[in-house]
Design a protein around this ligand. Structure first.
Ligand SMILES: NC(=O)c1ccc[n+]([C@@H]2O[C@H](COP(=O)([O-])OP(=O)(O)OC[C@H]3O[C@@H](n4cnc5c(N)ncnc54)[C@H](O)[C@@H]3O)[C@@H](O)[C@H]2O)c1
Ligand SMILES: O[C@H]1[C@H](O)[C@@H](O)[C@H](O)[C@@H](O)[C@H]1O
Length: 348
């Protein structure tokens, strides 16, 4: 693939031989988790700098990361000569400015999903990276590294279930903040399934529809749950139940239906308890335990420069489809997607 990175680099990852000094912007739930993984579970990296609007939070993560520098300004962190690459885990609306600053500084950047919450914001990022002339950006669609999803894709590729027909996805969170906009179920949560559908079938989503039952009484006015129906260019259907006030726990699973068999991706853990007439398996409270291995593998891939992660174009496409879903939600009508052509630097 085309790259303008230094020798030893491949694609948007960091690559090279020495320990990579990472700057982390945003040290909330995800930033702290990524910093912990970079410090303790990923080889060839250390957390060298942190920034968060909440300075106490940044100081706590810096201390847990072996004494990283706490920056007072995120743009100073990005520009600093002792920071080799940047991980952005601040809130969604801040991603665009930070990613653009990384591209301007020529630094590899791993940005948590979504790349930006608006299509226009993602387009500005893709334009900047294209003008730079080589890939620097990776987007944190970590499910691409989840052993369950990679197995599912391998079985599909090997022809084990024949040609694909349907993918049934379930994505549930125990509770959302009261007053969450209905569109956020799509742009912040179901955006993972939009990415996974494109990645699994290696094709674009051509049409979307969104159906809603009556809203849950626990949802505080948000239209929750929602059922997204995605149709790919070749006519595969991928349906997504997104329910962010499911109350009982965090759960992500799916079933792929092919012409000669099916594959079920269930929720770990592998252990289950049988007692008192029940057969039970513990569910996590959020995404971190469910996708722990996926986050680790995603970060290792980025540090190694192996280039298996989602590109800025994938980030653009996911937000583009999400926007079409929001339009479908608001209009109650099916909506064609019509992605623009893929710029050259993203053709694999
Ligand atoms: N890949 C995943 O599975 C996954 C899971 C959860 C969250 N996320 C994404 O990660 C990002 C962070 O989510 P979170 O759950 O950690 O949220 P969080 O609220 O716990 O943390 C966000 C942090 O960003 C900080 N922040 C806000 N504005 C900032 C700014 N301008 N500069 C620097 N810091 C700023 C906040 O102070 C906070 O500490 C979001 O974009 C979210 O969509 C991804
Ligand atoms: O930001 C989080 C995160 O992306 C999780 O992976 C997803 O399951 C949640 O629904 C979402 O709110």
């Amino acid at each position: 693939m085309t790259t303008l990175l230094e020798p030893g680099h491949s694609g948007a990852g960091i690559g090279g031989a020495t320990v990579k000094r990472i700057g982390v912007i945003g040290t909330g739930i995800m930033g702290a988790d990524h910093a912990r993984l970079l410090t303790h579970a990923v080889s060839g990296a250390c957390v060298a700098g942190v920034f968060d609007l909440d300075a106490d939070r940044a100081r706590g993560v810096a201390a847990d990361s072996g004494g990283a520098r706490v920056f007072a300004d995120p743009y100073a962190l990005i520009a600093d000569d002792d920071i080799d690459a940047v991980l952005i885990a601040s809130s969604d609306a801040t991603h665009e400015d930070f990613v653009l600053a990384c591209v301007a500084a020529g630094k590899p950047v791993l940005c948590e999903k979504p790349l930006a919450p608006t299509v226009e914001g993602c387009a500005r990022i893709v334009e900047a990276e294209t003008a730079h002339g080589g890939r620097l950006i990776t987007v944190g669609f970590m499910r691409r590294f989840d052993p369950g999803y990679t197995d599912l894709k391998a079985l599909l590729r090997a022809g084990e279930v024949g040609a694909p027909l349907m993918l049934h996805n379930v994505h549930r969170n125990p509770a959302a903040v009261p007053g969450l906009p209905s569109s956020a179920l799509i742009t912040n949560s179901a955006v993972h399934e939009l990415d996974i559908t494109r990645w699994l079938f290696d094709e674009e989503i051509a049409e979307v529809a969104v159906h809603t039952p009556r809203a849950s009484g626990q949802a505080g006015g948000t239209r929750d749950p929602q059922l997204l129906i995605l149709t790919t260019a070749s006519g595969v259907l991928s349906d997504v139940e997104i329910f962010v006030n499911a109350r009982y726990g965090y759960e992500v699973r799916c079933e792929l239906v092919g012409e000669s068999g099916t594959v079920t991706l269930d929720a770990p853990p592998p252990t289950s308890l049988r007692r008192g007439g029940l057969h039970a398996r513990a569910l996590p409270g959020d995404w971190r335990p469910r996708f722990a291995e996926a986050y680790r593998l995603e970060l290792q891939d980025w540090i190694d420069g192996t280039d298996g992660g989602a590109t800025a174009w994938d980030g653009f496409a996911a937000t583009f489809v999400a926007q079409a879903c929001v339009t479908a939600l608001e209009s109650g009508q099916r909506h064609s997607v019509g992605l623009p052509p893929v710029p050259g630097i993203y053709r694999r």
